[in-house]
Design a binder for this molecule. Structure first.
Ligand code: ADP
Ligand code: MG
Length: 410
């Protein structure tokens, strides 16, 4: 979905009040009646609400729905994008939006800047874009619910909140994940990792060390109570050489991203997902980097980064001994279902876990076997961080100028 924020600068404070009111009303109404929008907006004159409604509908931030009983409005994906951006602009965590970095399966990724010009990453969760049909076709509960439709907007918001909670806790505990900056609705803002997805890696100056550190990462994550569940070459960013700090003992040379589908080690299938994560890395190292480690007791304490890893690959029952309870802190899947909607999120996430990039990697392995072992760089462009040319001269950048600052202050 294209993100077009060019209209934001022309919107008034009243327009945002009405947009917010529509959002609020959608919590209890599939179609929000005009009278309720007016009531919730807190505006005095119905004519003012009507004017804003008509402007918002023209901008496709809300859409009119005719219902048997009454006419009303529904918030669109554009509308919720605008609301999230508006909140983050007000909090000064975002100042301008740059080009698209990538289109993930369930998200759109953009480069943004804050007021100081520091570049960051904005991840907009878009659940349902791909898994919609799969989930709908395969899952009984959705068939039952399909009369009312699945609220993918709510699920996208829950997924973003969950990911934000995960990386906030993990970052605070010193894990190599992007620094989190903000979350509003289905959007999170985090540190821009200067590097590239491991998928593009073909040479590395110390493969055994990289492999060891990748395995140590998931063991440490597991001991803290969590399993990533999509731990593969798409979701590991290899840092550019000039952004690696040689004096930092915690420096691993990579950063792990993409956490919404992570689960607790208490999940019933924890061992299965843990093993799958391990296997994804091993498969990538074997196929693309021609590195296949063997058990080696001498690996212990020999990597110069503290404790080494003695085994060729970790084992769930042998290596995961709980030292922390991050899962309980975020109520990771398989642990608690406290919030309404979590059940739906968990079902959607389970679908994602089972149809995600890990499977693609496996499929690719098969096609690799058929097509000898040719490089296949072309199809990963959408995941690859590239400096957008247009974004340099500002054409493609909907910078938020003075007029927007007015909105911020409003
Ligand atoms: P999805 O859940 O859709 O797979 P990801 O979080 O994996 O979304 O992001 C998709 C792609 O966007 C990644 O493969 C990576 O190339 C890029 N990306 C995501 N987060 C960052 C980040 N913090 N820094 C740099 N690039 C990122
Ligand atoms: Mg990903």
């Amino acid at each position: 979905m294209k993100l077009d924020i060019s209209h934001m600068r022309y919107m008034t404070a009243d327009d945002f009040k009405v947009l917010q009111a529509t959002e609020q009303g959608s919590r209890n109404h599939e179609i929000v009646p005009t009278t309720l929008i007016h009531q919730l907006s807190g505006m005095r004159a119905q004519s003012g609400t009507n004017r804003s409604i008509s402007d918002l509908a023209k901008l496709k931030l809300i859409s009119k729905v005719r219902n048997a009983k009454y006419d009303g409005y529904r918030l669109t994906y554009n509308g919720i994008d605008y609301l999230a951006l508006h909140s983050m602009l007000n909090r000064n965590t975002v100042y301008s939006i740059g080009g698209s970095i990538g289109v993930g399966k369930e998200s759109d990724i953009y480069k943004v800047s804050d007021k100081n010009g520091t570049e960051k990453v904005m991840k907009m969760h878009r659940l349902g874009r791909t898994s919609f049909t799969t989930v709908r076709n395969n899952r009984d509960y959705l068939k039952k619910n399909s009369k009312n439709g699945v609220n993918w907007m709510v699920l996208s918001r829950l997924a973003a909140q969950k990911e934000y909670q995960f990386i906030t806790l993990l970052y605070a505990k010193g894990f190599n994940v992007p620094e989190p900056f903000d979350n509003s609705r289905h959007v999170i803002i985090m540190e821009l990792i200067r590097g590239f997805p491991m998928r593009r890696l073909r040479k590395h100056k110390n493969l055994p060390l990289l492999y060891t550190n990748l395995m140590k990462f998931i063991v440490k994550l597991g001991c803290s109570g969590l399993i990533h569940c999509d731990y593969n070459e798409f979701n590991i960013m290899i840092k550019d050489e000039d952004h690696i700090d040689p004096n930092d003992p915690e420096e691993l040379g990579f950063v792990v991203i993409d956490f919404p589908q992570s689960i607790s080690i208490q999940h019933k299938d924890a061992e299965f997902y843990f093993k799958r994560d391990v296997d994804c890395i091993r498969r990538f190292f074997k196929k693309k980097l021609k590195y296949e480690p063997k058990d080696d007791p001498t690996m212990l304490d020999t990597d110069g980064f503290g404790e080494g890893y003695r085994y060729a690959y970790p084992d769930f029952n042998r290596d995961i001994t709980r030292t922390d309870n991050l899962d309980e802190l975020v109520q990771a899947s398989g642990f608690s279902k406290k919030h309404p909607g979590d059940r739906d999120l968990e079902d959607a996430m389970e679908e994602m876990r089972n149809t995600d990039e890990a499977d693609e990697a496996a499929q690719e392995e098969n096609s690799d076997a058929e097509n000898s072992d040719e490089e296949d760089e072309s199809d990963d462009d959408e995941y690859y961080y590239s400096e957008s040319e247009e974004s340099e001269d500002g054409d493609d950048v909907n910078s938020l100028d003075e007029e927007n600052e007015r909105i911020i202050e409003a």
